[in-house]
Write a protein that binds this ligand. Structure first.
Ligand SMILES: [Zn+2]
Length: 217
């Protein structure tokens, strides 16, 4: 897709959605944003948060990164965009939900099994994926290497669970969750058919999101 394609697509947006949402956009500009959900997902182009949740502009505060990773809370000088998004979403926007959304066929999870050459071209990817190493170890221990698809699926799911644990290492996240002011949940998106599953921490397994009800919180 050349940039001219994006220019044409934008013109189409102005003619269609921008007109359709004109009042909504005006309201958002005048009143500011007040999203209720921080949505942390993979940067993969096939995972589109607003599309799969059928939400409008203003409804999701989104952080996308390679592997839907949440680095553990650290107070030292290291800086992470995800950590800044979490702080802003929880402390300033006062969101009520945080969703960590992984997905099928995740290149980040598969990369955990490839030898990454020590190179300036991959130095940041390698360092970033270290935050998902626990998921790799757990998947290997549980399903072994025999079937790659099974191994990758297990890794993608363990990775979501690991990132939820990391999320709870943020003091304000933990405090708000314990006070019942914040709900956090892990989702697993199926690129092939649009299905979403959620992680049930009590039964320790993923279930179809459509079966989730508010009183299961
Ligand atoms: Zn991914």
């Amino acid at each position: 897709m050349g940039v001219q394609t994006l220019v044409s697509a934008h013109k189409k947006f102005k003619e269609t959605h921008a007109k359709e949402y004109a009042e909504h956009f005006k309201k958002l500009a005048e009143e500011g944003q007040s999203p209720k959900t921080l949505f942390i997902s993979c940067s993969d182009s096939r995972v589109v948060p607003s599309l799969i949740t059928h939400t409008k502009p203003g409804e999701l505060f989104i952080d996308r990164n390679i592997g839907n990773i949440v680095p553990p809370f650290r107070e030292d000088t290291e800086c992470s965009a995800v950590s800044a998004s979490i702080e802003y979403a929880v402390n300033t926007l006062e969101v009520e939900n945080i969703i960590v959304c992984g997905h099928t066929d995740c290149g980040a999870c598969q990369a955990l099994y490839k030898d990454m050459p020590a190179s300036r071209d991959t130095v940041h990817i390698g360092r970033w994926l270290n935050f998902a190493r626990n998921a790799r170890d757990q998947a290997l221990a549980m399903v072994g290497k025999q079937n790659k698809k099974t191994l990758y699926t297990a890794t993608e799911r363990f990775n979501i669970i690991e990132q939820l644990k990391n999320l709870m290492s943020y003091p304000t996240v933990k405090a708000n969750v314990l006070e019942g002011k914040l709900f956090i949940q892990g989702w697993y998106y199926h690129i092939e058919n649009g299905d979403l599953e959620y992680f049930d921490p009590i039964e320790h397994r993923f279930k179809l999101l459509e079966e989730f009800t508010e009183n299961q919180k």
